[in-house]
Design a protein around this ligand. Structure first.
Ligand SMILES: Nc1ncnc2c1ncn2[C@@H]1O[C@H](COP(=O)(O)OP(=O)(O)OP(=O)(O)O)[C@@H](O)[C@H]1O
Length: 325
């Protein structure tokens, strides 16, 4: 850790925007850049499916206490990367140089439940089975790993009921925070899109994570609830939690990210504050190259060069069409 970069710390929560800017201002805006206090460090994670390389990340550090967005065009490898580091998939390089550590603890050979117990927890979209359960049942399930660890102990001591009451009290508190308390006994499947996202987040928080990983937290959420969801994500960061999220909506990314990492064709191609990465030519090219329809969230980003490039591509396609007529 360099002394120069370690000034503001995440220990008390990074609620102050100026402190966050001072902190990220010290990070090099380049892929794989070093962070003063990384909670997650990833090395040499490669995942191939047949002959296709879906993920090939050489080095990535995620700073503790900040909101980091992981963006990239469709098929860039973001979800596969999430699956790999959370133990839901194995890198092709497992045992051959792949290494990743969370909060100082090596996770290379760890199961998904051990990753969660280490404090790195991801949200899951409500499956059919979870939709058929009530909101409170979903929350109790979110505490499963935590309870599992102490299950034997609590049964032995006859404190199981007490522990269950404590877990339910915690669930009630979180449901209150996320304005879902009134829905406690409703089926999760009856919730609106935005309420489901809130429940996914609340459920993940049942296990007291140090870092929460959100996969497209705003997808399918109406604008009114988007604001409230964003507020919740920011509050978690302000209270000291680290947030890593995948999101396609660039307005959301610009609005809440302290730092952005960009993947394209499996590789990490850029890192930096949102404004910087979104005007990075390699990033614009990656999105244009993928013929992605994502609005980068700022029309000013359509630079003269980018527009010229697009016009040339369209002209070339027209010419090719004419020739085949
Ligand atoms: N189980 C699998 N078998 C074969 N190919 C896969 C598998 N999972 C992912 N892929 C491929 O790996 C590549 C990366 O996919 P991934 O879903 O990780 O990208 P992504 O960045 O999350 O995309 P999106 O933003 O569209 O969700 C894609 O080409 C995808 O088709």
């Amino acid at each position: 850790m360099s002394d120069q970069m370690a000034q503001p710390t995440a220990a008390s929560g990074m609620a102050d925007p100026a402190a966050r800017r001072a902190l990220t201002g010290g990070f090099a805006p380049e892929p794989g850049s070093a962070k003063p206090d990384p909670i997650l460090v990833v090395d040499n994670i490669v995942r191939q499916f047949g002959g296709m390389t879906a993920v090939d990340v050489g080095h990535l550090e995620v700073q503790r206490g900040l909101i980091t967005a992981l963006i990239g065009p469709n098929g860039a490898g973001k979800t596969t990367f999430f699956n790999l580091i959370t133990g839901f998939d194995r890198p092709t390089t497992a045992g051959k140089g792949a290494h990743w550590a969370f909060d100082g603890r090596t996770l290379d050979k760890t199961s998904a439940s051990s990753v969660a117990r280490a404090g790195m927890v991801r949200t899951f979209q409500l499956t059919k089975a979870l939709s058929a359960m009530t909101v409170i049942e979903n929350m109790m399930l979110g505490a499963q790993d935590q309870a599992g660890e102490n299950l034997f102990k609590s049964m032995f001591r006859g404190t199981w009921a007490k522990q269950e009451r404590e877990i339910e009290a915690k669930a009630d508190e979180l449901l209150g925070r996320f304005k879902l308390y009134e829905k406690k006994h409703d089926y999760a499947g009856s919730l609106s899109g935005g309420q489901r996202k809130l429940l996914e987040m609340a459920r993940a928080l049942m296990s007291d994570p140090k870092m929460i990983m959100l996969d497209e937290p705003m997808a399918g959420v109406n604008p009114a609830l988007t604001q409230s969801l964003l507020g919740h994500v920011q509050s978690l960061r302000d209270e000291g939690m680290t947030v890593l999220f995948v999101e396609h909506d660039m307005h959301v990314v610009r609005h809440i990210s302290d730092w952005v990492a960009v993947m394209a064709e499996g590789k990490l191609v850029a890192e930096g504050p949102a404004d910087t990465v979104m005007s990075d030519q390699a990033v614009i090219d990656a999105y244009l190259g993928a013929h992605h329809d994502t609005d980068l969230g700022d029309d000013a980003l359509l630079t003269d060069e980018a527009i010229e490039e697009l016009e040339e591509e369209v002209a070339a396609e027209r010419e090719a069409e004419e020739e085949t007529k």
